[in-house]
Design a binder for this molecule. Structure first.
Ligand SMILES: [Zn+2]
Ligand SMILES: [Zn+2]
Length: 132
């Protein structure tokens, strides 16, 4: 799979398919996404390869939760879950350009659901925190 940020300064490749896909509604994901949260595909970190923009990616460590990676120029969300040091990485589905099979099957961190947020009735499993 191929992915990039909005300004296309950063490009990357993911080898193989996602292990799973989910939506994260946590407060950090809301802040960094400007919306209800992030949509993620989980992969082993070693299967993520940067093709361009190694000097443009920045990784931010919030007080709570895992580090998030974004493009320094356009601010696009690219990775979560502690890339590049973690065993697994959450790749933002919004960055993926390759057409995807399937869709997220879980909504995570519903304890952080915003008062202005409406959960879709999509049949996906719901979790108060992370996938247990
Ligand atoms: Zn960019
Ligand atoms: Zn989150």
């Amino acid at each position: 799979m191929r992915g990039s940020c909005q300004c296309r300064g950063v490009a990357f490749e993911v080898a193989g398919d996602f292990i799973s896909m989910s939506f994260c509604h946590c407060t950090t994901c809301k802040k960094i996404s400007g919306g209800v949260g992030t949509a993620n595909g989980r992969v082993r970190t070693e299967s993520v390869y940067l093709l361009a923009g190694e000097d443009l990616v920045r990784t931010y460590q919030p007080d709570e939760g895992s580090a998030k990676t974004f493009c320094l120029i356009c601010g696009s969300n690219l990775f979560g879950s502690g890339w590049p040091d973690s065993e697994f990485t959450s790749v933002r589905l919004s960055a993926i350009e390759t057409p995807l099979e399937g869709r997220p099957d879980a909504h995570l961190y519903l304890r952080s659901l915003a008062s202005w947020e409406t959960l879709p009735d999509d049949g996906a499993e719901r979790f108060e925190a992370g996938r247990s």
